[in-house]
Design a protein around this ligand. Sequence first.
Ligand code: AMP
Ligand code: MG
Length: 401
Amino acid sequence: MITVDEAKRNLARHAVKLSCKKVPLLEAVNCIIAEEVKAPYAQPRAHNSSMDGIAVNYSSIESGLRSFQIIGEQRAGHPPLKLKNTEECFQIYTGGLIPQGCQCVIPVEDIDIKDGKACVKAEISFKKWQFVRKEGQDYKEGDILIHVGERITPLKVSLLAALGVAEVNVVSSPRIAVISTGDELVEIDQPCEQHQVRLSNAYTILAILKQFSFSSVNRFHVKDDKTEIVRLLNNTISRHDLIITIGGVSMGKFDFIPDVLKESGFETVFHKIKERPGKPLLFANSPTGKSFFGLPGNPVSSQLCTYHYIVPFLQRSAGQKPLLPEYAVLKENYIKEAPLTYFLPVKIVSDKGTVRAAFVKYSGSGDYLAMAKSDGYVELSIERQEFKKDDVVPFYRWGVN
Ligand code: AMP
Ligand code: MG
């Protein structure tokens, strides 16, 4: 059995091979970008006005001139005009290019216009380049604006649109097979007898993968029958890059996954982690180099392991930087029963800028209600048994990346 940190280090040495595809800009939202984006030109491309007002020559206003003959209009979307006489000015509007010969914008609030002249109000003071958005102040030509592996958020769509990127090269979702196992499981739209369980986990895993835009997923179910499991594994492996099974990975008589993998020539990288929940997690590689996760069947275990291991594994494969935890201050004491890393669902209470974590009432790894009500989970290190109120611990928010 290995520790949580060892499991993470092991996983960091493996990856799923992913391909790229070009998609229209809006389809790229939430996807991971596969090539860097460079600025084709500076932003702003040329000096322009951030206010409506007049554009004047700075040296004339500095030397005391307060009244300027208006000789024209510099509107947004028009090429720059040229100021030849420093006693004259142009009316200018937000976004209008600064006319040649001007270095200062006086906003409309600070002037009176009468008989074709703009008179600057008495109490106003000036700075060179005031209310001018200067060429290249945001970025320069050739700057790298988006790096490989970054997720495309709506605000990055704004950047890409401004750069004229109508199609984006994004990482394709790997082809993932999610296989639930268990005689007791029934489909979610079927009647469920007292002795049966709805196979909710399969939906959870699909939902989490979808949340991170890994959406090329096929779902399968198999009974606790070794021959059937082998058959399904052989059928799915060639058509998928990653196989995730749910259940059948612990110590029970009908937990066939570890044996099936061994007999099918898989190389088990790790099986069992010193953690609660999620202890039986298994990671392996197929003889053809495909990746395999065996999730424990308990709902909380499989949810937790998917967020904590599978999502970061896929993100790293896609070139994304691994997720770093936030930190939270515990609201209560906690004493562990076993020398394991504990992951516990919490509700976050923001207290004047301090993130405080309150444990959600939680009965164990079958308690999916507690998970649905939580904001994320805290990690209580294997090193310590007792945690005190006000201790600061790593905190992972569901779905943040
Ligand atoms: P296992 O790891 O197969 O021993 O399963 C542990 C527990 O999780 C059992 O109570 C199973 O009924 C339950 N379980 C396994 N797979 C699922 C699933 N897909 N959805 C909901 N519960 C499941
Ligand atoms: Mg089972």
